[in-house]
Ligand binder design. Structure first.
Ligand code: UD1
Ligand code: MG
Length: 452
């Protein structure tokens, strides 16, 4: 297999987003759009990935630097069209020899198989491979002009197209592949003699044909190549991602009673025989093992859930929540950076942060791990099979021994030894008949006041 590289175009302004955040850093499925393209490039085995940025796009450059490193950044100054943008990546690619795919920072949903198909066309002798789709509304898309054999003759931009060409609905997604030496030698012949005065990447198809090269178009669906220019399209991309992911998970054996109300992140992993009730949101970093049940209105991120756990309804799992086999987290319970041991339970109204709960422990309703003093965070440890009575505050750092029992309403500030009972609250006292004499006395005072 030839070596592979990707050039990701991200120098556009994205003004229609009306955002202080550059367009390609807006997220779909919890991941910035440009990272979708980086991930795609990696999945198809690209050893070099260059992102073409505008000089003003400092946030994009910083992001690319953090994800891929300095030598992945190419600057296009000023932007003079898609062909010019690809040309700007040449220097950063250096002596790279092999196949190059051009991707976009604002087109997050392209499946890897589509890009593989483009590389296959190159392997089968094509000079240029182009990803095309049948557009419901071809509008301003470049039209793919094919001959009777189905080979690609040219890409004609809408602004340059004749009436007859405008009637073509097979459109250019923008994604294309060519061998490095081919790509750059074709690009060197592209001029800006056109309606927009730009260097069109699309011209390389016609130029390759003039050299007698073969050009091939690969079909994909319009949704796969959905490009985002506005918040409306961002929302459409999000919907498309969610729809796709729900369908995949249903096929893989996950039960969802109302899939349209369940939202996933790009990396949500759910094993078969998990049941997800309606209105559940998965932020990034969640793994759910087989046999778990996620009940309605729960919000999970950065959490690991083992086999047979039950979450919610109305539970919140935050990053670092690790639930071992059969653990139960019930309504209005928040868990953060805390392991919940095998079979342990926190069924109602609790905050468990920066802690460790042993196997079989029972955390009563209203229990709070007081983990923060306004400056630093501290650990709470609850031993295995311990029982924490309702409405207890465990003031960290503190450790409850295995099998210990904490009396309800306690404020625990010191470690509790294993199998001990610890109660830390005011003692209950009782005065017989006091309420009756109190009422009688108060009634007398009230009556005297009324008279006088
Ligand atoms: C381009 C294609 C068109 C295709 C359409 C698909 C060309 C000439 N036309 O048109 O055939 O149907 O995409 O959406 O390629 N960019 C840069 N630097 C530039 C210009 C663009 O980085 O100088 C980036 C933009 O940020 C954008 C992408 O390239 O992500 C496409 O550019 P855009 O101006 O939207 O091209 P279109 O006119 O839509
Ligand atoms: Mg466009």
């Amino acid at each position: 297999m030839a070596a592979r590289a990707a050039i990701i175009l991200a120098a556009g302004q994205g003004t229609r987003m009306k955002s202080a955040l550059p367009k390609v850093l807006h997220s779909v499925g919890g991941r910035p759009m440009v990272d979708w393209s980086v991930d795609l490039a990696r999945r198809v085995g690209c050893e070099r990935i260059i992102v073409v940025c505008s000089p003003a796009g400092i946030a994009v450059q910083d992001h690319v630097r953090s994800v891929l490193g300095e030598d992945a950044i190419a600057i296009q100054d000023p932007p003079q069209g898609t062909g010019h943008a690809v040309g700007c990546a040449k220097e950063a690619l250096g002596p790279f020899q092999g196949d190059i795919v051009v991707l976009y920072g604002d087109t997050p949903l392209i499946p890897a198989v589509a890009v593989e198909a483009l590389f296959d066309e190159l392997a089968n002798g094509a000079s240029v491979g182009v990803l095309g789709f049948d557009a419901a509304e071809p509008g301003s898309y470049g039209r793919l002009i094919t001959n009777h054999a189905g080979d690609l003759e040219a890409i004609v931009e809408a602004k340059e197209a004749s009436e007859e060409q405008l009637a073509v609905t097979f459109c250019n997604s923008g994604v294309m592949a060519a061998r490095a030496e081919n790509l750059f030698s074709l690009l060197s012949k592209v001029t800006n003699d056109n309606a927009k005065g730009e260097y069109y990447l699309t011209d390389i198809v016609g130029l390759a044909r003039e050299d007698g090269g073969l050009c091939r178009a690969v079909h994909c669906s319009e949704t796969d190549v959905l490009g985002v220019n506005s918040r409306v399209e961002l929302a459409q991309a999000e919907t498309a991602f969610q729809t796709r992911r729900r369908e995949e998970l249903l096929i893989e054996g996950v039960t969802m009673t109302n899939p349209e109300t369940v939202f996933f992140s790009y990396d949500t992993m759910i094993e078969n025989d998990v049941i997800i009730e309606p209105n559940v949101v998965f932020g990034p970093g969640v793994y759910v093992r087989s046999g778990a049940r996620i009940r309605a209105f729960s919000h999970l991120e950065g959490a690991q859930i083992s086999n047979g756990c039950e979450i919610g309804p109305y539970a919140r799992l935050r990053p670092g929540a690790v639930l071992e086999e059969g653990a139960k987290i019930g309504n209005f319970v928040e868990v953060k950076k805390t392991r919940i041991g095998k079979g342990a339970k926190a069924n109602h109204l609790a905050y468990l942060g920066d802690g460790d709960v042993g196997a079989g422990a029972n955390i009563g309703a209203g229990t709070i791990f007081c983990n923060y003093d306004g400056f630093l965070k501290y650990q709470t440890r609850v031993g295995k099979n311990a029982f924490v009575g309702s409405n207890s505050s465990l003031v960290a750092p503190v450790s409850i021994g295995d099998g210990a029992i904490i009396g309800s309403g306690s404020v625990i500030t010191k470690d509790v030894e294993p199998d001990a009972l610890s109660v830390a609250r005011g003692r209950q006292m009782q005065k017989s008949g006091w309420a009756t004499s109190f009422r009688d006395k108060m009634a007398e005072i009230k009556a005297a006041k009324k008279k006088g």
